[in-house]
Structures are given as C-alpha cells and as structure tokens.
Write a protein that binds this ligand. Sequence first.
Ligand code: ZN
Length: 343
Amino acid sequence: MNKFLFLITLFLFIFFLFPKKEPPPNIFLITLDGVRWQEVFYGIDKNLVEKTNYVNDKQLLLDKYFTIKLSERRKKLMPFMWNYVYKNGKLFGDSLKMSNFSLTNNKIFSYPGYNEILTGKADSTINSNAKIYNKNITILEKLNQTIDYKNKIAAFASWDVFPFIINDKRSGVPVNAGYMSELNLKTPIVNYINKNQKRTPVIWDNVRLDVYTHNLALEYIKKKKPKFIYIAYGETDDFGHSEKYDFYINSLNYTDNMIEELWNYVQKNKFYKDNTYFIITTDHGRGLMENWPNHGKSKASWLAILGPKIKNTGLVEGNFYASQIAETILNMSKGIDTKIPIE
Ligand SMILES: [Zn+2]
C-alpha cells in the first residue's frame, strides 16, 4: 500500500469510527406576559374596543388592526406568527378548535405561571409575586449543569422579579431584569441602553420597556452566542392592568415584530442557523370584556414552537399543558421525543 492509499484508508476508518456528532440545539424560550389566547388566534377584540373605555382612539385602533376576515385580522396583529410560525411550526391553544393549552396552577398570576413553565410543575406554595428566591429548579438551572449548555445560558426580562424566579444566585445563570444595567457587554448599543433606560419616562418602577430588554438580549446573542436564552417580555400585562387596550394591542404587535427580528438574525447566523428552536408562550390569560384588565379565571394559555426538526402542522388538536414545556425543552436538548409533539 502506498502512502497515499494508507492515508485515505486511515481517514475513512476514523470517519466511520467517530462520526461527527451533531451539536446540541440552541433554544430560545420567549414569553409575553399576560397575552390572551383570544388575541393570538382571533386578533383584535372589536367588542372590547367598542364597549369598554379601555381605548383612547377607537377608530384609529380598529383602522390599524380590524378586518372582518379572521385569517387577515390575526395577521394584522401578529404578522410573524401567522405568516411564518403558523406556516412553518406548530401552534397550540385555540380553545374553539379543540386545541387546548392550559396552565395547571390554580393561581393565574405571574410567579406561579413562570414557575410552572420553567420548572415543569405547579407549586401551590408559591402564592405571591414577592421577590423570594425560588426553591424549585428551573430548566435553565438544569441545563446549566450539563456539559453542552454549562455557562452558555442567559435570561433577559422586563420584570424585575425574574432573578428570584430563576434563582440567579444558586443557578449561576445570569439574569438581566428590570432596570438592571448590562455589565457583561460593552457595545455602543448596550452602553446607550444602560445610560438611557431610566431616562425614558418610567411607566412602571418594576417593569422596563420591552424594547430595552429585547435589544440587550439581541446584543448578548450576537456577542456571546448563548445556546439557551430566555427572553421575558412584560409590557402587555402591565398595559392590561393600566386598562389600556390600545397600548396592549400595539405592544403585542411590536413584540411579534421583535421575535421576527430574532428569528431573522438566527437564520443568517452560522452558529444558530438550522439548529435553533423558538418556544413562545405566556404565563396567564386575561378576563373578558370589562374584566379584561385583570387575569380572569381561565387556565387557557397558548404555545407556538418553531425550529429545524419541527414538522409544520399549524394548529395542533388535543390537550397540552404549560407544565410540559420544561420537559419538552430538556428532551429537545437531548434530541429525544417529547409530550408536546415536535415531529
Ligand atoms: Zn398581571
């Protein structure tokens, strides 16, 4: 055997003995606080606009988002969700079409909701939104103990309770939340946000505007390439409590646009392209009509998933639960089957 043949044989031997392992997937978990399934699947609620006092300029809002045809109405509110996710991924939670996606906690407010999503189990002992370190272990903490994801995890949130929900101290997961400056990065955009987020009119002391959370997260993604990132948008719920349906609707529309920006970045980036999943959901719903500013009593929620191995089926019929998200993420990270169907 000449030298050349020997090298070829050796190469083939190594190639077949040690096939190149697919890198574990990247996962983006995204939550929109207190966004009802009704708006996600049915667009703007015309009745609510016309029969309550939760909108300043009713005509302006209806001109922008209302049209009789449902398939067009929801596209006006969430164009990325309906033009792209629906056609490339899976949606859960249209209660009128036998697709149920429900919370299992009885509290129907944020800390218990996020705890359920992130840990995979409702905890009846969590009965307030107080800044108490979570005793339960979230999927972020769990993944941070694996070889593939260790120190490649981060969370960005508008609401300042998230460091406690994720237990940043114990988990070792960096959580940038509320009006926190981002100190791990020094880019012009990060410096601008660190300097100006508190100079913009502060509407809520404990929730910053989502545009800052989003852009800090995007900068972090670009520079640090986390394998798991959690982005928790918050405005929608707070505009709800402020009884401003027009602001809630506009915020939902912008958030859909920000998620599209993330997805478009992912598709253009070598590190993320074709190996990144998006999981989009909410912590709780809202009441009907005059009860809309509050969370209501329904456990109905919704979920959207998108990614390379997710077979496009649009709406998925059946009964699914927010408590299945954490396990789905864990299985997704290992490339195995999940209760929330991916294939
Ligand atoms: Zn709320």
